[in-house]
Design a protein around this ligand. Structure first.
Ligand code: PLP
Ligand code: TYF
Length: 398
């Protein structure tokens, strides 16, 4: 039965971890995968998470099946974070939320549900985007195309091209939008540009699918929700996949959610019933632990404050690494101007490094970056940044 199975290509990002693990050089640095490390190079276990876990362990709750859509306390916490506590949409019963297996799981159940609703629709993702967007929607049976996004010349968004493209899409087209901290470019839209995107979606009858995997990593929980809030106040129906992998440092617990905004209670009930069917036939119901911890933190004023402070600490540390890298590259005599790195938002920088330069970083220095030139700033720390700056300056020297 397996004789004709071909070798599948490795994930271009997760695949880097294998090469990195096998590298025996002590000075090696993994700038590939989008994971936040602390200044000691460790994935942090947040104090708020630890406290919530301690309380749970002591309470020793039973491990029955969860509701198919996950617990109400978790889903309410997700909605409050996305739209702001007490938002009209929530009060009016217009938000259907289901816990999901990370942001990826949320995208997947959203994609499967959309396939039932509109099987012939095309999905549009940004050029470039997180590679899994394309694969995930293709595997759900959709044709996937790009809309223009990044402009290498300005190292920002070519918004005129993006907007013109959206205004040319057919009604019912599904548009995947990075709500903040664009992966991989770090280039985000301004609030007024988001307003234009909302209007383009309204005018063309598009199906917006917002993906927010880094809420809190640009400017903070509230400001990073600007796109979600603008869509939320627009009266449109849309999808949001959200993730706590990064913001709670709970990568392996697989905690995320899909939220669907409907036109009212009756539509919500029907949508939820179908979404539950999608979930039931995929994995029945979500695991308990991660969601219970996130809900406990978000629903306790004390733990929530602790979490927000820790999240701010992660955000600030990444910012420091950005400006420090720019300074050190200049001090190393880099022939290129890298000041754009401080304008990019979130975990990533699209450095403009070529494939050959990325290869040289790996071969000559044991520094691993994505072949597109994307690096994860959250993997830099006060001990490896000098080495990385020296290496980047060397491989980019004309
Ligand atoms: N969407 C984007 C844009 C991402 O960068 C990621 C990163 O992991 C995800 C979704 C998936 O998040 P998760 O790890 O929670 O599945
Ligand atoms: O872009 C990243 O690095 C993160 C982590 O298939 C990731 O989003 C990368 C690839 C993948 C799943 C997660």
């Amino acid at each position: 039965i397996f004789a004709k199975v071909e070798m599948a290509p490795r994930d271009p990002i997760l695949g880097l971890n294998e090469g990195f693990a096998a590298d025996t050089r002590a000075e090696k640095v993994n700038l590939g995968v989008g994971v936040y490390y602390d200044d000691n190079g460790k994935i942090p276990l947040l104090a708020a998470v630890r406290q919530a876990e301690k309380a749970r362990l002591e309470a020793a709750p039973a491990r029955g099946y969860q509701p198919i859509e996950g617990p109400a306390a978790y889903n309410a916490a997700v909605q409050n974070l996305l739209f702001g506590a007490g938002h009209d949409l929530i009060a009016a019963g217009k938000v259907v939320t289901a816990e999901a297996l990370g942001g990826t799981g949320a995208l997947k159940i959203g994609a499967d549900f959309l396939k039932q609703l509109n099987p012939d629709a095309t999905v549009y993702i940004s050029d470039p985007s997180w590679e899994n967007h394309r694969a995930l929607f293709q595997n759900a049976g959709f044709k996937v195309e790009n809309y223009p996004y990044y402009d290498a010349a300005t190292r920002g968004v070519d918004f005129a091209a993006m907007k013109a493209s959206l205004l040319g899409l057919p009604a019912g087209a599904i548009v995947v939008l990075h709500a903040c901290c664009h992966n991989p470019t770090g280039a985000d839209l301004s609030e007024s540009q988001w307003g234009d995107v909302v209007e383009a979606c309204r005018e063309r009858g598009l199906v917006p699918f917002l993906d927010i995997a880094y809420q809190g990593f640009a400017d903070g929980i509230e400001p990073d929700a600007v796109a979600v809030r603008l869509f939320g106040n627009s009266g449109l129906q849309f999808f949001v996949s959200s993730s706590f992998s990064k913001s709670f440092s709970l990568y392996g617990e697989r905690v995320g959610a899909l939220s669907i905004i409907t036109d009212g209670k009756d539509e919500s009930a029907r949508v939820l019933s179908q979404l539950k069917r999608v979930i039931r036939t995929n994995y029945s119901n979500p695991p308990i632990h991660g969601g219970a911890i996130v809900a406990a933190v978000l629903n306790s004023p004390e733990l929530r404050k602790m979490w927000e402070d820790e999240l701010a600490g992660m955000r600030d540390r990444i910012r420091e690494m950005r400006s420090s890298l720019v300074d050190k590259l200049a001090a190393e005599g880099a022939t290129q101007d890298f000041s754009f790195v401080t304008a990019q938002r979130g975990m990533f920088s699209y450095t403009g490094l070529t494939v050959a330069q990325v290869d040289a970083l790996r071969d000559d220095y044991g520094i691993y970056a994505v072949s597109t030139g994307r690096i994860c700033l959250a993997a830099l720390n006060t001990r490896n940044i000098d080495y990385v700056a020296k290496a980047i300056a060397a491989v980019t020297r004309a």
